[in-house]
Design a protein around this ligand. Structure first.
Ligand code: PLP
Length: 462
């Protein structure tokens, strides 16, 4: 990747002030833990994990400024000063006019889906996200994937795999009519595609198209700053712009956003809905009272809103993002050195291992990615997660498994938590599993919950 920004390495722009000691266990212990967890890494206890790469959600390390922000919590029921700090941050860094705090991202997804989607509406998006799609469906909407084909192709090294295929969108408009499409759900750093960015030029084209047809853009801005870093690195005309400027520009091209602040914004819990339209804001503000809490705290404590306001500012710093993405890229390069098949280009928040290639001898119906995540834990206590057939759930009509093209293990890196030596251990361990991959057999599912089954499903080894 072109390093137009700084010549120095991605070294951390912080020093460590406090540490959390970890348990180091033995393989025998991990065999038992894994069996008890039904071979689902979501069901392992955190104390039994050495390096936890299950998710980058709510797992980041807060700064001393954020921790001191917690002490400034104004826990008033109404009109907490921390809410106004959050509102200022959202306006200043993200451009949105109104903000409604929620307990986390899905709280915002619930509200926006309920107020904007009518039964039978079509919601095009650049690849689905689990909770986002479920809330669209619960509101009676039908999700349609309009991401470019490259995103579904683990071989493609196209740098902006998060882009929207405007022809696919246009086909939906022609088939269903623009009035059936309240908004396009546009995600930055598309999670399910491997943390792949959308380009500014694609977003601008989307803006022009949707404006022509009276369709809004609702931005899943969970990892917008990571997306901005890729634009800065790879898109013409952006090398000299700061991450903060690019983030602001992205947001300005959209009408509103749902945010899981547990990711980019480096807090352990929280989220919000942001919206420019005054009427939609009124509805959202009314609805949040029913499901989350009063509109000046939604689902959040005053102290958490303060930490979030500070985290937003830290998240758009160039130095932070250089180290953040630099660490992810470093791990990806180590894995490539061991020959491990991963999705390229390396994404923003983690490495995605191609389990179809890694365990080519295991049919998809025997859950190769789930199996691989289990084996990686067994080898050195590194916890990862499945993003494949288990996550994709079942077809609503036929009841059959959805068979997604991508069968991935997600190796997600929390922000500011682990060191370069940890990255080396992870790469060595996954490299080791790769060396004995032919001995690994598939699994069968023995318990399947109705919703978002990947969280609680249980398996047995074949
Ligand atoms: C995590 C996430 C969400 C949901 O947010 P929660 O805070 O987990 O409820 C929505 N979209 C994307 C892209 C996410 O990564």
């Amino acid at each position: 990747m072109k390093q137009s920004f700084r010549k120095h390495s991605w070294a951390e722009p912080y020093k460590i002030k406090m540490v959390e000691l970890l348990d180091m266990n033995e393989r025998e212990d991990r065999e038992n833990f894994l069996r008890e967890a039904g071979y689902n890494t979501f069901l392992l206890k955190s104390k039994d994990v050495y390096i936890d790469l299950l998710t980058d959600s709510g797992t980041s390390a807060m700064s001393d400024r954020q921790w001191s922000g917690l002490m400034m919590g104004d826990e008033a029921y109404a009109g907490s000063r921390n809410f106004y700090h959050l509102e200022d941050a959202v306006r200043k860094f993200y451009s949105y006019k109104h903000v409604v705090p929620t307990h986390q991202g899905r709280g915002a997804e619930h509200i926006i889906s309920q107020i904007m989607i009518k039964p039978g509406d079509i919601i095009p998006g650049n690849m689905y996200f689990t909770t986002t799609k479920l809330h669209q469906e619960l509101a009676g909407g039908i999700f349609k994937d309009v991401i470019i084909d490259e995103a579904h192709d683990s071989e493609s090294e196209f740098p902006f795999k998060g882009n929207i295929d405007l022809d696919k969108l246009d086909a939906l408009v022609k088939t269903y009519g623009a009035e059936k499409i309240p908004y396009v759900a546009m995600a930055t750093s598309v999670n399910m595609a491997g943390g792949q960015p959308i380009s500014m030029s694609n977003l601008k084209a989307l803006r022009t198209y949707t404006q022509k047809h009276g369709i809004k853009i609702i931005h899943d801005m969970t990892r917008v700053a990571e997306n901005a870093w890729f634009i800065k690195q790879g898109e013409e005309g952006y090398a000299d712009k700061s991450v903060a400027e690019i983030v602001y520009e992205i947001c300005s091209l959209t009408d509103g956003a749902t945010m899981s602040s547990k990711k980019d914004a480096m807090v352990n819990i929280g989220g919000f809905l942001a919206i420019n339209d005054d009427d939609l804001f009124d509805e959202a503000r009314n609805m949040v009272v029913v499901y989350e809490g009063l509109h000046t705290y939604g689902g959040m404590a005053g102290r958490d809103m303060e930490a979030l306001a500070i985290g937003i500012e830290e998240s758009v710093s160039d130095n932070h993002m250089h180290a953040r993405i630099g660490q992810v890229q470093y791990l990806g390069e180590q894995l490539l050195r061991y020959g491990v098949p991963i999705i390229k280009p390396i994404g923003g928040h983690g490495i995605f291992i191609d389990a179809k290639k890694f365990l080519a001898h295991i049919p998809q119906a025997q859950f190769p990615a789930q199996r691989l995540a289990a084996e990686i834990y067994l080898d050195a206590g590194v916890r990862t997660m499945e993003r494949g057939i288990v996550s994709a759930g079942r077809n609503k009509e036929s009841g059959e498994h959805n068979f997604p093209k991508l069968e991935l293990v997600r190796v997600t890196i929390p922000r500011r938590v682990y060191t370069q030596a940890h990255m080396d251990v992870i790469a060595e361990s996954i490299g080791n599993v790769y060396s004995y991959r032919h001995e690994i057999k598939g699994m069968k599912m023995i318990y399947e919950p109705k919703y978002l089954r990947f969280f609680q499903a249980r398996f047995e080894l074949l």
